[in-house]
Ligand binder design. Structure first.
Ligand code: GYE
Length: 325
């Protein structure tokens, strides 16, 4: 009898040690990239909206401010605190092997969300995100359709160097560009996914190439596109259907507003609403169900009114009205 009591007591203590038992909430640690863009803010808000106490979660979301070393340190902190799940949105693809191994050794399920890592998939539980290379290809295919054989000099304002978002979009776009000898990518610089970065890069492009030196500006996200517009406004360079062609990525509410009003001609969506998918993956893991190694977040592309396209959807007021972020 004493033995049985001791066994029950030990069991209760083990269960109590796990946070799921202590307060009924699952402890989720999310190392967020930072706060560089509207997309990022929407993604963060979406996590707060979904991972609520009412839904059974206690979310600790860390803004890593684009600092890879800080992101690694915070993951290690989550391990030490024995969180139930660790969600990583990797600032850069490289440098994850050791820390992922540590999370795995601690027995904590790890989800890679939004961006990807170049570590072996054996080192994490599952991944959720968009297909950034496909996004780049969509932008390229739309441009090919729109230019219809015309020559074009192209400038690129890249996303943060080393991030899968920038790598994928460049790879996808370059693949299509390689099929078009009439296109010339004349320069490509890092705008760090920020409006200020986009403006700075565009200002230096204008200085170097002049208003007549380019036809197309490909911006790896909406905020960079806003910055590029600021620089072009200051230099009195026209953009839109009868000016320079601006292509953007993200399709945030503001980005789509500027697509609807014809400033951005093509905006390839990258859906920031990913928290529900991550939550469903966690619920499945809780139920010991097997989950896919990768869950794709679907997204589409949009172009300005007056442009017909087989590649992307022409923007309307209704599309914009349906957007929360
Ligand atoms: O495009 C950009 C953000 O990782 C897909 O990061 C995300 C990218 C997004 O800063 O706006």
């Amino acid at each position: 009898m004493k033995k049985l009591l001791a066994l029950v007591l030990a069991l209760v203590m083990v269960l109590a040690a796990t946070s799921a038992f202590a307060d009924g909430l699952l402890k989720i640690g999310y190392v967020q990239v930072g706060h560089e863009s509207d997309w990022r803010m929407a993604n963060t808000q979406n996590y707060y909206d979904v991972f609520t106490k009412e839904a059974g979660f206690e979310l600790e979301l860390i803004d890593c401010d684009n600092d890879h070393a800080l992101q690694l340190a915070k993951v290690r902190e989550f391990v030490q605190k024995d969180f139930d799940y660790i969600v990583i949105d990797p600032i850069q693809t490289a440098g994850w092997d050791d820390v992922l191994k540590e999370v795995q050794d601690a027995g904590i399920p790890c989800i890679i969300a939004d961006r990807s890592v170049d570590a072996s998939a054996d080192l994490y539980t599952t991944a959720v995100g968009t297909d950034m290379t496909a996004e780049g290809e969509t932008a390229g295919k739309w441009l090919a359709e729109y230019l219809n054989g015309k020559e074009a000099k192209i400038l690129v304002i890249e996303g943060s160097t080393g991030s899968s978002a920038a790598i994928g979009r460049a790879e996808g776009f370059n693949k299509i560009a390689a099929e078009h000898p009439e296109w010339k990518i004349i320069d490509s610089q890092d705008g760090d996914f920020t409006q200020a970065g986009g403006q700075q890069v565009m200002e230096s492009f204008i200085k170097t190439y002049g208003a007549d030196g380019f036809d197309v500006v490909v911006c790896h996200n909406d905020n960079e596109a806003y910055g590029a517009m600021d620089a072009m406004d200051a230099a009195e360079i026209k953009y839109g259907v009868d000016g320079k062609i601006i292509i953007s990525f993200d399709a945030t509410k503001e980005g789509l507003t500027r697509t609807l009003n014809g400033q951005i001609l093509c905006n390839v969506e990258c859906n920031p609403i990913q928290a529900v998918i991550v939550m469903n993956v966690i619920k499945a893991l809780q139920n010991n169900e097997t989950v896919e190694k990768f869950t794709l977040v679907p997204d589409e592309g949009f172009c300005a009114p007056g442009i017909t396209s087989e590649i992307v959807t022409t923007m309307t007021d209704e599309v914009l009205a349906g957007r929360k972020y």
